[in-house]
Design a protein around this ligand. Sequence first.
Ligand code: ADP
Ligand code: MG
Length: 327
Amino acid sequence: MALLGEFELIARYFTQPVRRAVLGVGDDCALLTVAPGMSLAVSSDMLVEGRHFVSTVAPERLGHKALAVNLSDLAACGARPLAFSLSLALPTADEAFLAPFARGLLALAERHECELVGGDTTRGPLTISITAFGEIASGTALLRSGARAGDDLWVSGTLGDARLALEVLRGTVEVPGDGFARLRRAMEEPVPRVALGRALVGIASSAIDVSDGLVGDLGHVLRRSGVGAVVEVDALPRSADLAGQDEVLQRECLLAGGDDYELVFTAAAERRDAVAAAARNADTPVTRIGRIEPGSQFRFVDAAGRAVIGPATAFDHFLAASPAPAS
Ligand code: ADP
Ligand code: MG
């Protein structure tokens, strides 16, 4: 196992030439400039081994996911990614981990022209903390507070696969054939919906990305907007792998499963064509799953309009009885 020092490690794996930032890795600060009329969108997310990912995850996928979850937050605001910083705690400076980790991380960064401009590196239990910076025209960001009664409720992609993958890892369910490889990929290599988020600026009235499950994350939007919602559970988009599971598990994964990194957003009913065009331009499928209602009730119905009892809460790191994935 090849070991190297802190500065060698930073130089070898995390020093990138910058094109858009004024100054990148190597000085006391990085320097970013945003154009006049633009705001800087800033978001941080931390991944801790045993809490947010299993120790068996391929390092390349872990690098991808660490940035993807941050880009997903920028997407939920409608921002265009600019740059990010990376704070790493590592038990050892193991190149067999660092090389593929950096590869996965920087490949996603490159795809979104999002530059690594700085960070911090220390020894410790494996923890990855990224702060991503994006730009958005001032006053146009998609916020959690913008949903209005009568708006349609939409979601991108499909929900529930990451949670189903976790259940397979825990040994509580089995999926046939190569299903697990697909589910695991959904959990470990989520696709941040950056293009969709940007395309929805000026169209959506609110947005959030689903990291802790639909119920919890949509709940944030409803509280911040002072509205209620009805969700048609049978309309929730799901993969063929999830659709093959029993109904109770499907609902659990769709409503309370986390780690989806899809966008849930609202838009006025008159904007349906604009939403469809935005989704087409972003090459991202979207599904209408319900509507915003006056009041504060959060209801779930089946295709026939009958009330369905949904899981009451989302994943909460401090309320959860036991640590999430650990294997
Ligand atoms: P300081 O002592 O000011 O905290 P460091 O010695 O920690 O600076 O870091 C040196 C340079 O390397 C800084 O520009 C910092 O932003 C950058 N850096 C440190 N760790 C990382 C990392 N994991 N990824 C990218 N840049 C990093
Ligand atoms: Mg430092």
